[in-house]
Design a protein around this ligand. Sequence first.
Ligand SMILES: [Fe+2]
Length: 253
Amino acid sequence: MFHFFNRKKTPLIDIIPHDFIDFHTHLLPGIDDGSKNLDESVSLIKRMNGYGIRNFICTPHIMEGVWFNTPTIINKKLIELKSYLKSLEISDISITAAAEYMVDGNFNNLLKSKELITLDGEHILIELPYFNLPYKVYEILFNIQMAGYKPILAHPERYVYLHKNYTEYQKLKDAGCIFQLNLLSLSTHYGKHIQTIALKLLKDNLIDLVASDVHNHRHLDSLESIDNPSIVKLVKPLLKKNILDYNCPFSTS
Ligand SMILES: [Fe+2]
């Protein structure tokens, strides 16, 4: 039978390069809204490893009044996860930890303390509030860079208040933000409106890097559903770019 509408599918998970670094994940157990326990962390990692992903950076939330994570708590969890992986003889992956910093009332204090956990020695992952752009955001971005860090803005496509104020994206980039798109935003997981802006940002060459921002298995179900050839083609060059921009000292031990 001739299927006129049956276009060839291209699963995104089939084209992830072997040396892709997923630098935005919530795989550390029990310290934010990501993985709930060690077994869930391992099953998520194994499932992603099935896509060919070997390099992970765990980025638990640090958010005033919600997630009180510190470098000490995060590193303790990382050691716990790594030793659990070792006990299960899972050795072909690299896993390190950083954080996803909410630009909130406490962020300037953290910045002054100079104890921010970076992804690779210089880049920090930040997220913005979901209801409005902080009015001091440009001052904060300036301060981040004056302190010697480079800000990577997590999922710019998810801040709905920017959708109708599209020129603000360029302003944020001009202020030094590196844009990280969530691969999940290429599905309709967060809604059709997020997917539309994600595709627009990609087409306008505003996205620098991509990562999964995976929290749970439902996220991976959505990731596995991305198979539209034109969408996959659009994001493909960015899957490679990740590797060039990050020279993290990964270790499997
Ligand atoms: Fe995140």
